[in-house]
Ligand binder design. Structure first.
Ligand code: SIN
Length: 274
């Protein structure tokens, strides 16, 4: 197994592994450590059936199902992320951490590229450990102990409008929900602190109005997604991205009008952020 870093701050490609086959305990431990070290890891040129993608992900933990998006009838573990050539919009084109409107957001997500545009459709990730670590001591102190309300309202409050221009469909029956998470999260495996707010799902700081919260939230979003804190991945058919959803945000770029992109996403069950 060969590990090649994408940048000095986040992301690594893993070469020399065929993930369609069961992993040995040593390989599994190495891949997990690589994920913990680099926050998002990538594999190239993988040929997987749906069952093989599910089996690969299951080796890292229990699979969780999207609470808001439609999944495949034949394989409910898989959420198709699709843009048809005629679609205007995609999902994921804001910096976000997956499903933080849940009490227990996913620990990780695994996205497999089944069809990619000839050019465009890259995805960016940013490192939320580094986002926290590069704040001033004064702001770190201010954020310590603060909590924020997260909600799915950005999605479920706009279901019909979103579904009208996207092929990745929201379920029509999901209501709006609110949960509270710490603003600075301690990663349950590495013990490191990271910033844990994101633009589409963080509504406000606990005990404050949204208007009062937004200036600081917007500063934190901009700080976290500075270019030097990010990596950009150019997909090819058969590429896999596996991100640690506890300490990253990601951004899908909608820059391929008239082209088709089909990805299959599987998420891993997480724990309650503390
Ligand atoms: C997502 O936000 O899960 C989708 C990412 C992508 O399509 O690249």
């Amino acid at each position: 197994m060969k590990i090649i870093k994408l940048t000095g701050t986040i992301g690594a490609e893993i070469h020399g592994v065929d993930v369609s086959k069961p992993l040995t305990p040593e390989m599994l431990a190495q891949i997990r450590q690589c994920l913990l070290d680099h926050c998002v890891i990538f594999f190239r040129d993988q040929t997987l059936t749906k069952e093989q993608q599910i089996a690969f992900v299951r080796q890292f933990g229990a699979i969780s199902k999207s609470p808001v998006y439609k999944t495949l009838d034949s394989h409910p573990e898989i959420m198709p992320v699709i843009k048809e050539p005629t679609d205007r919009d995609i999902i994921g084109d804001t910096w976000h951490t997956d499903e933080t409107y849940q009490e227990t957001p996913p620990m990780g997500s695994v996205l497999y590229a089944r069809e990619v545009p000839a050019v465009g459709g890259d995805t960016l990730w940013c490192n939320l450990y580094r986002a926290y670590e590069t704040l001033s001591d004064g702001l770190k102190q201010q954020l310590e102990g603060m909590r924020a309300v997260h909600t799915n309202e950005f999605l479920t409050g706009n279901t019909a409008a979103r579904n009208a221009t996207r092929s990745t469909k929201l379920l029509e029956t999901v209501g709006v929900n609110y949960v509270v998470h710490p603003v600075v999260r301690t990663h349950d495996e590495t013990g490191r602190k990271c910033l844990f707010v994101n633009q589409p799902f963080t509504h406000a700081f606990e005990g404050m109005t949204r208007a009062e919260s937004l200036p600081l939230l917007q500063y934190l979003y901009a700080h976290a997604s500075k270019p030097e804190n990010t990596c950009r991945f150019r997909w090819r058919k058969g590429s896999i991205a596996f991100w640690d959803n506890r300490c990253t945000m990601h951004y899908a770029i909608n820059d391929y009008p008239g082209q088709r992109r089909e990805m299959h996403r599987i998420t891993l069950q997480g724990t309650r952020p503390v």
